[in-house]
Design a protein around this ligand. Structure first.
Ligand code: NAD
Length: 416
């Protein structure tokens, strides 16, 4: 069985799905690893390091001709889609809940699509495969550095002959994986850090990192399923925004990381709250997306300076900006999942054994046997109009729709 590593094609994407360190593990399991020329260059893994680890470097055309399984970080682009053929499998972060048409296109081609973002994250045996956590961790670290870089003063307290600089006041909104790493990193840089989240469990986690926890008087506890937050009601949201605004105005730096699975990111920093901040303040919005983010006026992928001098950074794909660390972690995640997917095949006849009665596979296998098999993704496709919107070429596809329970429309990233 040939496992291929492609060079990522998305703009700004510097990660690679498999690093040389992980190659021997796959070879020992009876797999052959082929790597597209230059696949690891942007993450500082030259071709020679793959060859030394037991992989073969190949051209793009040969790779698609020979590969049984293609490992990727993000979704295949249109050109790659055209090269894929029936019987091949693609494993990566395919975002099927935000891009169900890709799943449909892969199913139509008879390609097995496996997406790491559907992993049941609370399952302890899946934790080594949890790419959302590993990449959020890297992104949270980078968010603190991006904020420090854009901020015109010091983060730490500095006492020098030229005067004393007070430490920066930094607030992290959303204390999940990325938020906690941003808090830890900002603390290590010497900022005076506080954190806030709607999940009560996050209070202890924030405090254990030496930061203070902001408790709102209009406290909402919005713990949802699987350790995630639920979406707030309109009343809860208004009360939260109004009360947070007072805290935000006192900060030099705000980093937002709030997400609600399957929903648009909640707006936490309103336009009024931004206006109340001092000139020179910095906001890093990790929730920034084309649909809107956690911060009013943030633009995904861009830095905007407001009239009152607040720098609002619409951070996107921060993990790709720390490519070596992010790739190292991702490589361990994806290889652990791949080894799980082949675990029931004989070592001398390695093959993916798709079995969606397995908890892990039920979350990650999106398309197989010409059908979209993931119920939450199939449901999204069913909800879409029959003909794709203009400019959208992805074909409709037959799909199975296994029995579902009430309320599954509000899907989480694990699809349960
Ligand atoms: P996420 O990316 O979905 O959201 C980031 C944070 O935003 C969350 O902490 C969420 O509570 C918060 N948030 C959402 N709406 C908000 C609002 N209106 N105001 C303020 N904050 C808001 O979450 P994540 O970082 O992927 O993980 C969230 C939780 O899941 C964490 O507790 C994490 O420890 C847990 N988790 C558990 C496992 C595991 O058990 N193995 C794995 C991964 C994550």
């Amino acid at each position: 069985m040939k496992v291929a590593v492609v060079k990522e094609s998305a703009p700004g994407e510097r990660r690679v799905a498999l690093v040389p360190e992980t190659v021997p593990k796959l070879v020992q399991a009876g797999l052959e690893v082929i790597v597209e020329e230059g696949a690891g260059d942007a993450a500082w893994f030259p071709d020679a390091t793959y060859t030394a680890a037991g992989a073969t470097i190949t051209t793009l055309a040969a790779l698609y001709a020979e590969a049984d399984v293609i490992l990727t970080v993000t979704r295949p682009d249109e050109a790659a889609l055209g090269r894929l053929r029936a019987g091949q499998a693609v494993i990566g972060l395919l975002s099927p809940l935000t891009d169900p048409q890709l799943a449909a296109a892969l199913a139509e081609r008879g390609v097995t699509a496996v997406s790491l973002d559907g992993l049941p994250r609370t399952l302890s045996r899946a934790q080594g495969m949890d790419a959302l956590t590993s990449q959020a961790n890297v992104a949270g670290y980078k968010a603190a550095l991006v904020a420090a870089d854009a901020y015109g003063r010091f983060f730490p307290l500095l006492i020098t002959a030229a005067g004393t600089a007070r430490p920066a006041k930094l607030l992290v909104l959303g204390a999940g994986v990325a938020g906690l790493q941003a808090i830890g990193t900002a603390r290590r840089l010497g900022a005076q850090v506080s954190g806030y989240d709607v999940r009560p469990a996050s209070k202890g986690e924030v405090q254990s990192l030496g930061a203070s926890f902001i408790e709102l008087t209009a406290a909402v506890s919005a713990a949802g399923e699987g350790g995630y937050a639920r979406e707030l009601t309109a009343e809860e949201r208004d009360a939260q925004q109004a009360e947070l605004a007072g805290h935000i105005a006192r900060q030099d730096v705000v980093i937002t990381t709030a997400q609600v699975p399957g929903r648009r990111p909640p707006l936490l920093v309103t336009a009024d709250a931004v206006r109340a901040m001092n000139p020179g303040s910095v906001i890093v919005d990790m929730g920034a997306s084309p649909l809107g983010g956690n911060v009013a006026g943030s633009v995904a992928g861009e830095t905007v300076v407001t009239e009152n001098g607040v720098t609002v950074i619409g951070a996107q794909n921060l993990a790709a900006a720390v490519p070596t660390a992010a790739s190292n972690a991702y490589s361990r995640n994806i290889s652990a999942l791949l080894l799980h997917l082949i675990s029931t095949s004989a070592p001398e006849e390695r093959a993916l054994s798709v079995d969606t009665t397995d908890d892990i596979q039920a979350g990650v296998v999106v398309a197989h046997g010409g059908e979209v098999v993931h119920p939450a993704v199939a449901k999204l496709l069913d909800a879409e109009p029959d003909s794709p919107p203009p400019g959208e070429t992805a074909p409709r596809t037959p799909r199975s729709t296994p029995a579902r329970t009430e309320g599954e429309a509000d899907v989480d990233r694990a699809g349960h």
